[in-house]
Design a protein around this ligand. Structure first.
Ligand code: NAP
Length: 302
């Protein structure tokens, strides 16, 4: 039986694993997609102390190497359920199962959708949620980014280096994201920022996206020809499978104390899946440390 099973291998989960391993706990991290989580999709991280210019992928890789050097075990598996057993928890995955004395849920968030007809079918045929992964497909072509947060700003900056033109559609009259990123974006000659604009429909040709019907603040509709659309309209919690273990807020984020403790003894939460105001790489890392120390205290007190 592991001492601690960490569900989710993003910055919060990996930091929890580093602290747990250094406290001498036998630790397993289970991640269903990319080790590093969402940060892998960040082209450039410029607000992580001591590392002023690092790509998200590099940072994730470095965290992964640190975790491995501490003999943490890491599995590429999707956790499908968690149930109490004598002395701990049984963690079921898509390919097997494990037992741990305690669990840290660091399940992060997933992309929010616009909810327009045809959206699911067009993912991979013109719609993407990841500029770093899919930007190269649109080299020399025209694309749009929807959203006004840090992800949209980063994505638009990244795409402006590859694409002919990037149109940024922001539903309000201002950005939500960092002023410094917005300032950089405004300097790009091939970027047009349209405030007060929303996407009303997708236009397609032969099953591929070829344009958007957009609406401005005066409710006037027009067509915008683009080959690619990058959606960066925020995120929603991804831990619904564990909602019975921890109370959630109205949006579905897990309620937890400062040390990540939930209403269920031995179940802790960390990172973006936790109910809180600020969701940054730095706060995810802080959460991971706090939850690991919380869980270690809890185990040591047993
Ligand atoms: P976010 O901050 O929640 O921003 C989402 C953006 O999408 C907002 O501009 C929002 O508009 C807009 N939006 C939401 N629903 C929409 C819809 N249906 N149609 C059109 N626009 C819609 O999400 P995020 O940018 O993914 O960032 C998530 C968290 O990660 C944030 O805490 C962010 O700071 C952090 N992050 C940080 C960095 C960094 O380097 N510092 C990088 C990436 C992400 P409104 O403003 O009107 O709500």
């Amino acid at each position: 039986m592991y001492d601690i099973i960490v569900v989710g291998g993003g910055p919060a989960g990996l930091t929890a694993a580093i602290y747990a391993a250094r406290a001498g706990k036998r630790t397993l991290v289970l991640e269903k997609e990319s080790i590093g989580g969402q940060i892998v999709n960040s082209p450039l991280v410029e607000n992580y102390p001591a590392l002023p210019h690092i790509s998200g992928a590099e940072l994730a890789n470095s965290m992964y190497e640190q975790v491995c050097a501490l003999n943490v075990e890491v599995g590429s598996e999707e956790v499908t359920g968690l149930s109490a057993i004598p002395g701990g928890y049984a963690v079921a995955t898509d390919i097997g199962g494990y037992e741990g004395r305690a669990v840290v849920l660091a399940t992060g968030v997933r992309h929010r959708q616009l909810g327009l007809p045809g959206e699911d079918e067009l993912v991979g045929s013109g719609i993407s949620y990841c500029a770093v992964c899919d930007g190269a497909f649109y080299e020399g072509r025209d694309v749009a980014v929807v959203g006004g947060g840090d992800t949209a700003l980063q994505d638009a900056l990244f795409l402006s280096n590859i694409c002919r033109k990037v149109t940024v559609l922001v539903r309000r009259d201002r950005f939500r994201g960092e002023a410094k990123l917005a300032e950089k974006l405004r300097e790009r000659a091939n970027v047009e920022i349209l405030f007060g604009h929303t996407v009303e429909a997708f236009e397609t040709r032969d099953g591929l996206l070829c344009g958007l019907t957009v609406k401005n603040a005066e409710n006037a509709l027009r067509s915008l020809a683009v080959d690619g659309l990058f959606l960066a309209v925020g995120q929603e919690p991804a831990g619904a499978a564990f909602a019975n273990l921890a109370d959630t807020d109205a949006a579905g984020y897990f309620a937890a104390g400062e040390g990540g403790e939930t209403k269920t003894p031995g179940v802790f939460v960390a990172g973006d899946c936790r109910a809180k105001k600020v969701r940054q790489l730095t706060t995810a890392v802080g959460d991971g440390a706090a939850a690991a120390l919380g869980v270690c205290d809890w185990l040591d007190a047993l």
